[in-house]
Ligand binder design. Structure first.
Ligand SMILES: [Zn+2]
Length: 104
């Protein structure tokens, strides 16, 4: 199984493993927005993005104009995803039925 670290490192035995750049866009493209977020397992994200036309074999995420959605590797599968990754993992847990009192 492959997994991504918060630093963008694909840990895998595949030929595509390696460092990936997650370059921040110029400031004019950083406004608040509304977009659907799709999460995919580390083993599925690249093929999913490829199916939508992203040609990078090591894609960890992509924007899909036809869905106005971004597909990203599931942050719950990234051990050092950082604050935003932990936050997204937490909130997707609620979306999947985890109640607000946070039962185990
Ligand atoms: Zn909560």
């Amino acid at each position: 199984m492959a997994f991504w670290t918060g630093a963008g490192l694909l840990v895998d035995r595949s030929a595509h493993a390696g460092q990936v750049s997650f370059e921040a866009p110029p400031a004019r493209y950083r406004a608040d927005t509304s977009v659907k977020v799709l999460t995919k397992s580390p083993d599925a994200i690249s093929a999913y993005c490829h199916a939508w036309g992203v040609q990078r074999p090591d894609a960890a995420g992509c924007y899909i104009p036809a869905l106005n959605a971004i597909a990203v590797i599931n942050p719950c599968d990234v051990p050092d995803a950082g604050f935003i990754g932990r936050l997204l993992c937490h909130e997707t847990g609620h979306q999947l039925g985890w109640t607000a009192d946070h039962p185990n």
